[in-house]
Design a protein around this ligand. Structure first.
Ligand SMILES: [Zn+2]
Length: 41
């Protein structure tokens, strides 16, 4: 599935990517992981 980078605001990228290939910002995948870690504390 393709997602839109919140930083670039236009470039579509795969949600399988850990960072945006265009600007290098971490994707929701990484954010979701940190969310899970924080929730288990
Ligand atoms: Zn980007």
């Amino acid at each position: 599935m393709l997602i839109t980078c919140p930083e670039c605001g236009g470039k579509e990228m795969s949600d399988q990517a850990y960072v945006c290939p265009n600007c290098g910002v971490p994707t929701g995948r990484v954010v979701g992981y940190e969310y899970s870690s924080a929730g288990s504390l």
